[in-house]
Design a protein around this ligand. Sequence first.
Ligand SMILES: CC(C)(COP(=O)(O)OP(=O)(O)OC[C@H]1O[C@@H](n2cnc3c(N)ncnc32)[C@H](O)[C@@H]1OP(=O)(O)O)[C@@H](O)C(=O)NCCC(=O)NCCS
Length: 156
Amino acid sequence: MTNNYEIRRAIVDDVDSIYNLTNSMAAQGLMLTRSKYKIVTSLSSFFVVIDSESGKVIATGSLATLWTDLCEVCALAVHPVWQGKGVGRALVEQLIEEARRLRMPQVITLTYQVEFFKKLGFEVRDKNEFPRKLWRECLECPKLENCDETAMVISI
Ligand SMILES: CC(C)(COP(=O)(O)OP(=O)(O)OC[C@H]1O[C@@H](n2cnc3c(N)ncnc32)[C@H](O)[C@@H]1OP(=O)(O)O)[C@@H](O)C(=O)NCCC(=O)NCCS
């Protein structure tokens, strides 16, 4: 296996791969489950990482626009075989680049992966600083009032 990969915007052919990758992580409690409906209806916000050798999707992530001054990195998942090889970093950097293109001043994430996001320049922030109305995904989460994820923000 080589470590060559490319990052590109998701297309409709990627939906099953995004669904399988994110939901396999969700089954381990690492992230929220996602329906195919939800993936399809937000497909334009998704990027995928493709293994150059096999052509398969090895990672996925999306950049949701929450408001005029805030984007959210979500649905971030790197296939276990590819973890620890810089793929997650490259993908988040691409999502930040996309936020820059949109002229968004800040990017937020709600995560269990605090050390990973610290390495990328995100800082821990109090969730209460961000109005509940911004958290679309929270309304679908069984933990709603008992969220144990950490809010982290990067100014760009
Ligand atoms: C978290 C995740 C996206 C990281 O992607 P990755 O490709 O494995 O990470 P990278 O190899 O790009 O790591 C970048 C840096 O973060 C560090 N890092 C990655 N995961 C880490 C962790 N769990 N704890 C501490 N540091 C971590 C790496 O050591 C690396 O540091 P370096 O630049 O000093 O060498 C990936 O492990 C994953 O998909 N996990 C399961 C799903 C998940 O938790 N998603 C996040 C939902 S918000």
